[in-house]
Design a protein around this ligand. Structure first.
Ligand SMILES: Cc1cc2nc3c(=O)[nH]c(=O)nc-3n(C[C@H](O)[C@H](O)[C@H](O)COP(=O)(O)OP(=O)(O)OC[C@H]3O[C@@H](n4cnc5c(N)ncnc54)[C@H](O)[C@@H]3O)c2cc1C
Length: 414
């Protein structure tokens, strides 16, 4: 049977790269995303340029997202997940559930009146981010008083375009596609799992993900505890990677930490920045040179921090094993950034069961030995970080490679 439709599961940068490659090749694509907006993690990251570009690749993301959402060959379904898959290569039938979209995308003019009148804290109705695509407010059922049985309709009354409809129900639909690309990405390691590092206990202990979002929102760094500029900052590498549970290297943490360290020094040349590491991942064109430049203004300490304590309010004491000196040292900082790594999504197992694909030892989806896009199910491919840690350029390249393989299979099925 001839089927020119491809399903891409996951609207992060790798799924978007796959969808664009397929659509530009003349195929019709269903791009489904479980959240209300597309772009995945990379859409919430910041540019790390100083007076020169630091090649973090974050700037390529918005353009690709915009291209995908307006592409006539791509049908985007947000708030959607796969429930069931049957059939085989060339003719898969896929059952999708789309959660109710209480705010009409066509009618919402993003005026913000609904958020203003919403009585809950945090707000139950809000714009996820200034760059959100699709650009519309979302309603969180877990926070909304109406879904807790109360008679509140303040947002609906305040909406000048009647965009809010509480009666909307979830929709089920069946799609018929020839091949499927899985691009469901990763999760960030939850730093609370290492209690001794004080994340979520001390306000001035942040993660790399927090830093991405703070710089993206504010453009510079302030101490969460008092809003002042930090003067003495430590980055701790390999938090949640290269341990017994996640023994692999996350590939991206050394790079984002060094780029942030440089940006912080650029914005505040008087700040002291130190990076604690086990060993450094400096592979990639030009990165070894970037590291050499970083060494001129940033301290690199080969040591494993084992504990962070708040010595006095706003003063963090980092206790670490200095590998080179072979002893335990202590140093004081006013801000500590935990460079958290990439781990498999907790729900990977559910999707693997629905699709019939295998998980590898580390919990990412598994592939055949000689092709990092091909799964054990014919016609089903992987793209991006759901297969293992990757940065943005590698996720895009992997997404495009998966699309090429999907196209070849469709041609064979004709
Ligand atoms: C702290 C941190 C900083 C980083 N900084 C950089 C950097 O500066 N430069 C760089 O190049 N890389 C950076 N990276 C790496 C970058 O985040 C990844 O390369 C990129 O996000 C991978 O994209 P992806 O699409 O594969 O996965 P994701 O970004 O995880 O996107 C996956 C998408 O799939 C959706 N999804 C998941 N499950 C389902 C489902 N069942 N159904 C439908 N949709 C689903 C998700 O909601 C999400 O939108 C960083 C990573 C971290 C952790």
């Amino acid at each position: 049977m001839e089927n020119n439709h491809v399903l891409v599961i996951g609207g992060g940068i790798s799924g978007i790269a796959s969808a664009l490659e397929l659509a530009n090749g003349g195929l019709s694509v269903y791009l489904i995303e479980r959240e209300a907006t597309v772009g995945g993690y990379a859409a919430s990251f910041c540019c790390k340029a100083t007076d020169v570009c630091s090649n973090c690749s974050v700037c390529v993301v918005p353009q690709k997202i915009k291209e995908a959402v307006i592409h006539p060959q791509i049908s985007l379904l947000t708030n959607s997940t796969v429930q069931k898959v049957s059939g085989e290569v060339g003719n898969f039938r896929v059952e999708i559930t789309q959660k109710p979209q209480y705010i009409s995308l066509e009618r919402c003019i993003a005026c913000g009146m609904c958020t203003e009148v919403c009585p809950t804290e945090p707000k139950a109705i809000y714009l996820p981010s200034a760059e959100a695509i699709p650009f519309s407010y979302i309603l969180d059922e877990r926070l909304c008083l109406r879904f807790k049985g109360e008679d509140c309709n303040l947002c609906q009354e305040s909406c000048p375009t009647n965009a809010i409809d509480f009666k909307r129900k979830s929709k089920r639909q069946e799609l018929s596609v020839g091949t499927i690309i899985v691009a469901t990405g990763f999760e960030v390691f939850d730093a609370r799992e290492i209690g001794s590092l004080g994340y979520s206990r001390y306000p001035n202990v942040l993660t790399g993900l927090d830093l991405e979002r703070v710089f993206n929102r504010e453009g510079s760094l302030k101490l969460p505890s008092n809003g002042k500029e930090p003067q003495n900052i430590a980055f701790i590498q390999c938090v949640g990677s290269r341990n017994e549970e996640h023994c692999y290297c996350s590939q991206v943490c050394c790079k984002y930490a060094m780029r942030f360290a440089r940006l912080i020094k650029y914005q505040n040349p008087n700040a002291e920045v130190a990076i604690f590491y086990i060993d450094l991942q400096t592979a990639g064109k030009g990165f070894a040179e970037f590291y050499e430049e970083c060494k001129e203004s940033i301290r690199f300490i080969r040591g494993v921090p084992v504990e962070i304590l708040e010595a006095h309010p706003g003063e963090l004491e980092v206790k670490f094993e200095n590998i080179l000196e072979g002893k335990v040292n202590r140093e004081l900082f006013d801000l500590v950034v935990l460079s958290v790594g990439m781990v498999p999504r907790k729900d990977s197992w559910d999707l693997a069961r629905i699709l019939g694909i295998n998980l590898g030892d580390e919990g990412f989806f598994d592939t055949k030995p000689l092709d990092s896009t091909e799964t054990n199910v014919e016609g089903l491919f992987l793209a991006g970080a759901c297969q293992g840690p990757k940065d943005i350029p590698d996720s895009i390249a992997h997404g495009m490679a998966a699309a090429k393989r999907a196209m070849e299979v469709l041609v064979r099925c004709k």
